[in-house]
Design a protein around this ligand. Sequence first.
Ligand SMILES: [Fe+2]
Ligand SMILES: [Fe+2]
Length: 150
Amino acid sequence: MSHPTFDQYLMADHRACDEHLGALRRHANAGDWGAAQQAFATLQHDLLAHFAAEEEILFPAFETRTGMRNGPTRVMRMEHEEVRFLLEDLTEALSTQDAEAIRGHGEALLILLQQHNMKEENILYPASRDAVGGDLASLSEQIIQRREAA
Ligand SMILES: [Fe+2]
Ligand SMILES: [Fe+2]
């Protein structure tokens, strides 16, 4: 896909982050701490960049065009905060090589992300596509650029 729309792009990114989380949990269970650390670093970087693209570009575009500032984007921002806390918990669990804590926090993150991503994919992304109308291509380009910025 040379020019994906933002929803296609962000949905593929959800799947990729699921894979990184799966790798983290597998490597931690196996006691392979080097690989677990590497999977976590990728997961953390990609999730935070994904959230930045949503919070800084997509959500404001939705809020401006619909006038809804206390609706779905507010819930999504709160869930992003919960994910950030779980990433901190995982950072700590990795630093002490605490496999049990990684299992618990990893499971919590998996469930939270599944529910969060489903709401975005089924509700917020389609509603945002409707709201932006003819600006879809330029908005998509901005979102992808922000996601891929270092
Ligand atoms: Fe999100
Ligand atoms: Fe997302």
